[in-house]
Design a protein around this ligand. Structure first.
Ligand code: PLP
Length: 416
């Protein structure tokens, strides 16, 4: 780091300031985590220098002996961790992994059935502003208005009506378990590929805290940096029969040289995730998310679908009369980082939103327990209600920030 400070003090100070931000606040973004020093060391290594287009043993560059070993370790560990027949660890991100799934199984214009974006789906599941909506013909399915759970009857009806090439199960803001067996049976009925986008919850699967989609899906895409706590990146798991199509869809179809430092970082994260300690972590993540959701409910907010089975909760703020956007801003001012989020059937536009999304992955990494999460719920509730346009509101936000500092000092991120 001394060299960075000498070469580029501006960037060095940004790196330090970001570390300080992560240490000094409550990180409740559901898609983030605090990756280990071992993963960070791998990311900052000379593996970043190496070009290795192709796959282990079949590269378009010389000098790949060492990175071949790293990629093989990542592949073998991923297969063992998830019980998958085939793993591709090269996707640069979750979105790149998803692009490859389309490339492997669909042609431009083909019908796709996926979760509606405002109901929790991801941009790459058919949004018009993404390649997925521009190049394919998506039909969105929804959650039931009353239960706020995926409406499997609607999924089946839409599948029968549109005969999709691919059915996508998986979301970015859905707090509940997904019934993979139900999706499998619908996919079989219409002869569709079943793709589970497990970007958010693959870490819980690795830690055996929730059921695995791998036995049900033709292909599973994932990110490696959320609950899984690895480097930023993507991953694909599939049945052996699809291995060739998936590998070709990544390279040469949609990517060039793989990021070998990131792939090695994924190998480290898979090793960490295969330990009993990580299983304890994953079950603490779900317990902590449930406690946080309950605490927010006790403070007058509503957990969409009545709670959570995973690492995240979606909180409807309409009862407290605060928009998601205001809540995000107020929490930010008290060093509580979370995001505004549309709730199902949201009457507000997406940039305003009626809800917030909270996740427990990062705080659980810091060692937060149930009692801590109850306090976190209390602090979020105070910040959300503090109108920063008033002096009293500003005083309250300063007081919440002081309590946040107390809480994170007891269980810091990246302890010194
Ligand atoms: N799929 C889902 C369900 C996601 O939630 C996300 C990101 O949050 C992605 C894909 C995309 O991952 P990335 O941001 O790494 O491209």
């Amino acid at each position: 780091f001394a060299e960075l400070e000498q070469t580029d003090p501006e960037i060095a100070s940004i790196v330090l300031a970001e570390l300080d931000r992560q240490r000094s606040g409550l990180q409740l973004i559901a898609s983030e985590n605090l990756t280990s020093p071992a993963v960070l060391a791998t990311l900052g290594s000379t593996l970043s220098n190496k070009y290795a287009e192709g796959y282990p043993g079949h590269r378009y560059y010389g000098g790949c002996a060492e990175v071949d070993k790293a990629e093989n370790l990542a592949i073998e560990r991923a297969k063992a961790l998830f019980g998958a027949e085939h793993a591709n660890v090269q996707p640069h991100s979750g979105a790149s992994a998803n692009l490859a799934v389309y490339a492997a199984f669909a042609q431009p214009g083909d019908p796709i059935l996926a979760m509606s974006l405002p109901h929790g789906g991801h941009l790459t599941h058919g949004s018009r502003v993404s390649f997925s909506g521009k190049w394919f013909t998506p039909t969105p399915y929804h959650v039931d208005k009353r239960t706020e759970l995926i409406d499997y009857d609607e999924v089946r009806d839409l599948a029968l009506a549109t005969r999709p090439k691919i059915i996508v199960a998986g979301a970015t803001a859905y707090p509940r378990l997904i019934d993979f067996a139900a999706f499998r049976s619908i996919a079989d009925e219409v002869d569709a590929i079943l793709w589970v986008d497990a970007a958010h919850f693959i870490g819980l699967v690795a830690g055996k805290a929730i059921p695995s989609p791998v036995p049900y899906a033709d292909v599973v895409s994932a990110t490696t940096h959320k609950v899984l706590r690895g480097p930023r990146g993507g991953m694909l798991l599939c049945r052996a029969e699809h291995a060739r199509a998936i590998d070709k869809a990544i390279f040469p179809f949609s990517q060039g040289g793989p990021l070998m430092h990131s792939i090695a970082g994924k190998a480290v994260a898979f090793k960490e995730a295969a330990t009993p300690a990580y299983q304890v972590y994953a079950s603490n993540v779900t317990a902590n998310a449930a406690t946080l959701a309950k605490s927010l409910e006790a403070h007058g907010m509503r957990a969409v679908s009545g709670g959570t089975d995973t690492h995240l909760a979606l909180i409807d703020l309409r009862a407290v009369g605060v928009t998601g956007a205001d809540a995000e801003r107020r929490c930010d001012a008290a060093r509580i980082t979370l995001n505004k989020n549309a709730i199902p059937y949201d009457p507000a536009p997406p940039m305003v939103a009626s809800g917030i999304r909270v996740g427990s992955a990062a705080l659980t990494t810091q060692g937060f327990d149930g009692a801590d999460m109850e306090r976190v719920g209390g602090l979020v509730a105070r910040a959300v209600r503090a109108d920063s346009a008033t002096e009293a509101g500003q005083r309250e936000l300063a007081s919440v920030q002081a309590d946040v500092t107390d809480l994170v000092s007891a269980k810091p991120a990246y302890p010194r």
